[in-house]
Design a protein around this ligand. Structure first.
Ligand code: MTE
Ligand code: MOS
Length: 761
């Protein structure tokens, strides 16, 4: 056990506590960025002027008519930018574009005394466009070779020779759609300028430091002139890792130019049409198995739909390539990656960050090949699990692969899978128009940012004279329970009750140079930093105590009068990481998170509609820092994954009509989210036991993203249920999302027992 992971006997970490803001969330007292508007006098409201074209040059921009509208105060255009006209870190995202790149792209912003005035002003702005050819569908982009950014390849062994010598070789194509984040709180920023010109931006951002940097470069000021604060987010899910920056910059620019506070909050339609989503992916693959169903080689090309600019597409692609193996040993691999440029929103981080897309490919391969190999899918998957001593295609040894096996066996047992498979078979034999199926899938997800430098965290811990404690750390709270965990870490490290510790909102002037709250790593990084700060204070207090065993309050008081520093800045960096982004080799992850899910579904043969009857999950969170929080993350992640894979259907107008490039599913009425009705009838979640993680704070593991990928079991169960409408051995291609419509067409193909379009080659 390492010093970092060791837990004292009376630890506050590990207690099953509610989320620290749960009472405020449910009573409506929790403050979100836009709630501050009502506490801020003289606020101006910002409204965008959005492009109706997927791709066009702006030939004329006439703002004067907007200024005639009552209540309009100013129109922000490119001429107002004192610094760099760019909202990203790749310098490919002009804040005010002269060439619009997607339907909804903001050409300029109108500031009004009321939101309605700003809206009417925006409607009065005259813009002339010279339409240009556009690429909308991902397949169109591939055909047109419309790509952007790097083209990484993860490679090991000799895949061509392996496939040439394999007993069974199959090839196919796998496509999957993206996903709208649909955080309950849409993008929001509120900017103020103080008497010294210091800019203060409250933003719903997962990455306050980068928001600060972008605001600073747009304003042409140093970072110390800009402070960004995030109280909390009403969900981020990756959608607020990169995307808030431009909106914060608009608000800040408006505030510096008018001297008045400026508020920018997107309504739902704007949020859906203007901001990036999960990347849809297209994959081609060729796979080889030996006679026992063991994978011998995989040659695959993954193309993501990046949208109009790079944003986070390259790192998302890297993570996808690092997860095409999922939990399986594939001796010879070549995985190529490309980012397509399309005239759509700039696709971005979304829970799993490419991992889900990479893993979907191999699960699709196994799900389609199992019937062709004549091997039960449960068996096929188990036969291919990593064992100790093997490494991933990018060269990282897989530590604790036995945990997948342990979770797999536990799910088989607790889910009573063998008995239920017999029940499923009996049900199918006696119901001509309905089919059930049960599928298991594993998850192996790498924890840490691929980019090594991001794996650092900071914290500030103040012990006041009265013994009360205030902590600050670099992470943001978006509902995932990070703050709850950090309070527990501080109380544990200081050896005091939780009530003595309070947490202050995340601000760039408290903890600087932070990484995004992302990659599920925030408890690892900031937890390490909080613990470090607390331990510095404790070391000094121990000296003051000198073995007397003083009570906390007395000790603190005595320390103060002895002029001992009672606060500390903590720092943590994850050791042992390295990554070569060109060779795509290294040791990018501190450890892997594991999990297994078993899902039973029922499909209606007339409509393809389906229900998820029962789900059993065993998930590895190490020694949990906060079991209730982790349980919520597992449940929420799973259901969000279920939404991505079975319900949520983003559609863009791909026609040549005037609506080309428009997102046609731009509200909750046309975009189906999971709701109570789609929850599994039974959902059993257990945390894997004996799962201490030596390399992380108090023996815990990250939890935020990995459970989303457990939902691949739903998709595999649906595939098997659709196949059960056909003769035994039917291989089914299932579109993603597996909406009722998609499932219907899949089962129709199975029924027709049309030979699978995928044949052994
Ligand atoms: N849980 C809630 N309730 N809301 C969110 O927005 N975001 C997810 C996950 N869980 C999210 C969530 C994503 S994308 C990530 S990367 C992690 O939380 C980030 O937080 P962590 O690093 O503290 O796990
Ligand atoms: Mo999460 S997609 O890393 O914000």
């Amino acid at each position: 056990m390492s010093r970092l992971s060791e837990r004292p006997g009376d630890a506050v970490v590990g207690l099953a506590l509610p989320h620290e803001s749960a009472d405020r969330h449910v009573t409506g007292h929790a403050l979100y960025t836009d709630d501050l508007v009502h506490r801020t006098p003289r606020v101006l409201h910002a409204h965008p002027v959005c492009s109706p074209h997927a791709h066009a040059r702006v030939t004329r921009l006439e703002v004067a008519p907007a200024l005639q509208v009552e209540g309009v105060v100013r129109v922000l255009t490119v001429d107002d930018v004192p610094g760099v006209n760019d909202a990203g870190v790749k310098h490919d995202e002009p804040l005010f574009p002269s060439e619009v790149m997607f339907v909804g792209h903001a050409v300029c912003w109108v500031l009004g005394e009321t939101l309605e005035a700003a809206r009417l002003g925006a409607a009065a702005v005259q813009v002339d466009y010279d339409p240009l050819p556009s690429v909308v569908a991902l397949t169109e982009a591939i055909a047109a070779e419309s790509f952007q950014g790097a083209r990484p390849v993860v490679e090991r062994g000799d895949v061509d020779a392996a496939l040439a010598g394999a007993a069974h070789v199959f090839e196919g194509t796998t496509e999957m759609a993206g996903q709208e984040h649909f955080y309950l709180e849409t993008h929001a920023s509120l900017a103020l300028v103080d008497e010294g010109g210091q800019v203060f931006v409250q933003s719903s951002t997962q990455h306050p430091t980068e928001t600060q940097e972008i605001v600073a470069h747009v304003l042409g000021v140093p970072s110390h002139a800009v402070t960004v604060q995030c109280l909390r987010m009403g969900g981020g899910f990756g959608g607020k890792e990169m995307q808030p920056h431009g909106f914060a910059a608009i608000a800040a620019l408006g505030a510096t130019l008018t001297g008045r506070p400026v508020r920018l909050r997107l309504d739902r339609t704007h949020d859906m049409t203007m901001t990036g989503k999960r990347h849809g992916f297209h994959a081609t693959w060729k796979v080889g198995f030996d006679d026992d169903g063991r994978l011998v080689g995989l040659d695959t090309t993954l193309t993501s739909d990046g949208g109009w600019s790079l944003d986070l597409s390259e790192p998302v692609l890297a993570r996808a390539l690092c997860h095409v193996d999922n939990a399986y040993w594939i001796p010879h691999v070549r995985a190529r990656g490309r980012v397509a440029r399309t005239h759509k929103t700039s696709q971005t981080a979304f829970r799993g960050f490419g991992g889900p897309q990479g893993m979907l490919v191999i699960e699709d391969v196994l799900g389609r090949c199992a019937p062709l190999l004549g091997i039960d899918p449960i068996d096929l998957r188990r036969r291919n699990f990593y064992v100790e001593g093997q490494a991933t295609p990018y060269g990282q040894p897989v530590r604790h692969p036995d945990r997948v096996r342990a979770a797999w066996e536990q799910v088989l047992a607790s889910g009573d899978v063998v008995r239920r498979q017999a029940e499923v078979a009996a049900f199918n034999a006696s119901h001509p128009h309905r089919r059930r199926a049960l599928a298991l899938t594993p998850v192996k997800f790498g924890i840490s940012f691929n980019f090594t430098a991001f794996n650092q965290g900071g914290a500030l811990v103040h012990v006041y004279k009265d013994g009360s404690v205030l902590i600050n750390h670099g992470g943001t709270e978006m509902g995932q329970g990070l703050h709850t965990k950090m309070l527990q870490v501080a109380a544990t490290s200081l050896g005091i009750p939780l009530e003595r510790v309070r947490l202050a909102p995340t601000r760039t002037d408290k903890v600087p140079n932070t990484s995004a709250t992302a990659a599920s790593s925030s408890a690892d990084l900031n937890g390490g930093a909080v613990k470090d700060a607390c331990e510095q204070v404790m070391a000094r207090l121990r000296e003051v105590d000198a073995g007397r065993g003083l009570a906390w309050d007395d000790l603190v008081r005595e320390a103060y009068f002895s002029r001992v520093q009672l606060w500390a800045a903590g720092f943590y960096r994850t050791e042992g990481l390295h990554w070569d982004p060109v060779a795509m080799q290294g040791h990018p992850f501190k450890y892997f998170s594991y999990g297994v899910a078993a899902t039973e579904v029922e499909v209606d043969g007339f409509t393809g509609s389906h229900t998820t009857r029962r789900v059993d999950i065993v998930h590895d969170v190490g020694d949990s820092l906060s079991p209730l929080v982790d349980l919520g993350q597992v449940e929420g992640g799973f259901v969000q994954g279920l939404g991505w894979l079975t319900l949520e259907d983003l559609r863009w107008d791909e026609s040549d009509g005037s609506g080309r490039g428009r997102l046609t599913t731009q509200s909750a009425s046309t975009y189906k989210l999971p709701s109570l009705g789609e929850l599994p009838d039974e959902l059993h979640v257990a945390l894997l036991e004996h799962a201490h993680e030596d390399g992380a704070v108090y023996g815990s593991k990250a939890v935020g993203e990995p459970p989303l990928m457990l939902a691949l079991s739903v998709r595999e169960a649906l595939r098997q249920a659709a196949a059960a409408f056909g003769p035994p051995g039917t291989s089914v291609e299932l579109a993603s999302p597996a909406t009722p419509e998609a499932v219907f067409w899949a089962l129709e193909r199975a029924r027709a027992a049309a030979p699978a379009p995928m044949v052994e080659v």
